[in-house]
Design a protein around this ligand. Structure first.
Ligand code: MN
Length: 431
């Protein structure tokens, strides 16, 4: 008798006031959604997106194709509901959500996915990310413009290139695979993966026998790392004590470009090997970094590339713009931009969202180039704080003390590692 143990939890984290994540744990369907948009809109978006998925619970499907189609249709329906709400209600304009949904029927697992929440599979000590992130940084990695390590601290790492509810159409990734006893499937929001290393996550899943405890530990780890975002963790454990050898270990994946069964795991080499306990040697770490880097940029590069451009030009820009901020100048005025400090062809990927009382001329000269280049902020609050703490010129003119104080203040207020921000500025200037 097979047994599927499902458990999950969501946590507001240490920084955010509300929790815009949502999760669904039923008998045969499971999902994580990470909503965005001000004034409760993010919560509405994520909760609404789960509804069509929930309606699939307990349904029996004739075959794999029927199950995958139903799951994909549920994600499409989620997109329609959220985008319709966003259109009808001005408070909800620009809201959106990620959606990573799983349907289990017998041994078969189906996953449908949009956005940057993730599905991972832990099998035989191998931890594998099943889903592609639909994010700008993933696109930049695929393009070879930044490394995985740079992506982890990139100020625009939360910018998604595909989401539920931002336009009338949505591209849905989906995949199917056969579960084998001992498998653990993890669905989670970026509040976990943005701050806790894959290695650490996998080790937590391997070490604990109690799923509830594993979920709690993962949330604790994210909070201990600062908890900058809402954290949602959903864990499925597939146990089958009576089964003999698993009948098949073939994993297939399908996306909108590659729709049929492929030996995905073998081809992509995406598994990162893990051994219980003990940290990896530097060689192992390097090896893993290489294999992870090597697979990115193959299958998904074109899809994501098209999605980025498509999303920007045809309706997705609202969403892209709504998740990222930087402080810069408009004429001589210091302003907060929403969007990405970048230009694609003739298109600016940013717009002014808030103006300040501060003129560029008021700012100490040494700091002005940073504003001209654009200074990344984690969110709107961070951007406002950055402006509040700008090193301003005094009537006496600048002296060395002012300069040092202001520098320190600006760095303290930043939250992010100043070195990373500076590195990014350099990159932007070069681009
Ligand atoms: Mn999030």
């Amino acid at each position: 008798m097979r047994r599927l143990v499902a458990t999950g939890d969501t946590n507001v984290g240490q920084v955010r006031k509300g929790n815009e994540d949502a999760l669904l744990v039923r008998d045969s369907v499971y999902a994580v959604a990470d909503g965005m948009g001000g004034h409760l809109a993010g919560e509405v978006a994520s909760a609404t997106a789960l509804e069509p998925v929930e309606q699939l619970d307990g349904r029996i499907f004739q075959d794999d194709a029927a199950a995958v189609t139903a799951l994909r249709d549920a994600v499409v329906a989620a997109n329609q509901r959220v985008s319709q709400l966003a259109q009808e209600n001005p408070d909800y304009r620009g809201m959106g959500t990620t959606l990573t949904a799983a349907l289990v029927e017998g041994r078969r697992l189906h996953v449908a996915h949009v956005g940057d929440s993730r599905a991972y599979l832990l099998r035989d000590g191998q931890f594998s990310q099943l889903t592609d992130d639909h994010t700008l940084v993933q696109h930049l990695i695929d393009e070879g413009q930044i490394t995985q390590e740079e992506a982890a601290n990139h100020p625009q790492r939360s910018v998604v290139t595909r989401a539920i509810g931002v336009s009338e159409d949505v591209d849905v990734d989906s995949m199917s695979l056969e579960l084998v006893p001992g498998d653990q499937l993890l669905l989670c929001s970026d509040g976990l993966t943005g701050v806790v290393e894959d290695q650490r996550i996998a080790r937590t899943l391997m070490e604990g026998d109690d799923p509830d405890e594993a979920v709690a530990t993962l949330i604790d780890l994210a909070n201990e790392a600062g908890g900058p975002d809402n954290i949602t963790v959903l864990l499925l454990r597939y146990e089958d004590p009576e089964a003999a050898q698993p009948s098949s270990r073939t994993i297939s994946i399908s996306s909108r470009v590659e729709s049929d069964d492929r030996n995905w795991a073998g081809e992509m080499g995406r598994y990162a090997s893990l051994t219980r306990g003990g940290p990896l040697t530097p060689e192992q770490q390097e090896e893993e970094g290489r294999s992870a880097g090597a697979i990115l940029g193959r299958a998904s590069a074109i899809v994501i590339g098209l999605a980025v451009i498509g999303g920007l030009l045809f309706g997705g820009s609202q969403f892209l713009l709504s998740r990222s901020f930087f402080v810069g100048i408009d004429g001589n005025q210091v302003v907060i931009f929403e969007g990405i400090n970048r230009q694609v062809g003739p298109f600016e990927l940013y717009r002014v969202t808030e103006r300040s009382e501060v003129a560029l001329d008021d700012v100490q000269q040494w700091y002005q180039p940073q504003l001209i280049a654009g200074r990344p902020a984690a969110d709107l609050g961070d951007a406002r704080a950055l402006i509040r703490n700008l090193p301003l010129r005094t009537d006496d003119g600048e002296d060395a003390d002012d300069l040092a104080d202001a520098d320190q203040e600006a760095d303290e207020e930043d939250g992010d590692d100043p070195a990373d921000l500076d590195a990014d500025l350099d990159e932007d200037e070069g681009a």
